[in-house]
Design a protein around this ligand. Structure first.
Ligand code: F3S
Length: 278
């Protein structure tokens, strides 16, 4: 049996930066620090962070102490305003790629454009971006959702995309919106880390008998990797090496391993080691 690791797998630059900032803030304060929402959608990584005094809260009112860490997904303007009013230190680990989208949404909204976000309205990144245009963005995650929206031809629209959306979705929605004859400005804000991980999984899934996609079951970018791999070979979404169905895996000759942008290296290594042992 042979095991191959996808060329780009694991922590992206934005998540790595957020994890480092959170750990450093906890060390510098020699006390517990809180992130607003989990820093990473991966249970093992969350446990590792707890050991380093980094905890997560869902409500800013539950923060103890005077430090809050904003995760890579970013937050709306109201959180910045609240922290400045209450004199809470806001340690900002918003990924620069997300920050750029927030800036576009804020500036274009203030220039009189309606903001369209191609993304999942339940995702914190999208909710954060929406918080930079008075929560008035028009949001849809696929063509079917956009078909249901009534657009006003007199209005102007600026279109941004959630960083983890597939390129195909962006181009399909773009084509549809153009066909409506609207006044549009497009910003393809899909992050290259996502593209690289998706491409690496697509390439590898064509060369192997089965793929293991390692990542949190709630992580949207991990789920997308699994969807891509599934088109070419048997695919298993696992959180850690413990989730591997060893009997099933033994039936394949070549196994590929891919991992989402929020999967820590130590988990990827455990998976690789276990398969190598087989
Ligand atoms: Fe940032 Fe892209 Fe990662 S937006 S958090 S580098 S997936």
């Amino acid at each position: 049996m042979k095991v191959l690791l996808a060329e780009n797998a694991g922590y992206c630059f934005g998540v790595k930066r957020a994890v480092e900032l959170a750990i450093k803030t906890a060390q510098d304060n020699d006390n517990k620090v809180y992130t607003l929402g989990p820093l990473i959608h991966n249970n093992s990584a969350v446990d590792m962070l707890k050991e380093k005094n980094v905890f997560s809260v869902d409500d800013i009112n539950n923060v103890e102490g005077n430090n809050i860490i904003i995760r890579s997904h970013g937050v709306g303007k109201d959180i910045y305003d609240y922290c400045s009013e209450k004199k809470i230190n806001l340690n900002d680990a918003t990924c620069p790629f997300v920050k750029k989208i927030q800036k576009i949404a804020y500036e274009m909204y203030n220039k009189g454009y309606n903001i369209i976000i191609i993304g999942d309205k339940s995702h914190p990144e999208v909710q954060g971006i929406n918080g930079w245009c008075d929560n008035k963005a028009i949001i849809g995650k696929n063509l079917e959702e956009f078909y249901l929206i009534d657009f006003n031809k007199i209005e102007k629209y600026a279109v941004v995309v959630q960083t983890t959306m597939p390129q195909d979705t962006f181009f399909a929605v773009k084509e549809y919106l153009i066909s409506l004859g609207l006044t549009l400005e497009f910003y393809n804000t899909i992050c290259f880390a996502t593209k690289e991980r998706q491409q690496a999984v697509l390439d590898l899934s064509k060369k192997v008998d089965a793929m293991l996609i390692v990542g949190g079951k709630h992580s949207s970018n991990t789920k997308k990797l699994a969807e891509i791999a599934k088109k070419n070979c048997d695919t298993f979404l696992i959180e850690t090496a413990k989730d591997i169905d060893l009997e099933k895996i033994k039936t394949y000759d070549i196994i590929g391993v891919g991992a989402g942008a929020s999967t820590p290296d130590f988990i990827i290594n455990e998976v690789m080691d276990l398969i190598n042992e087989l």
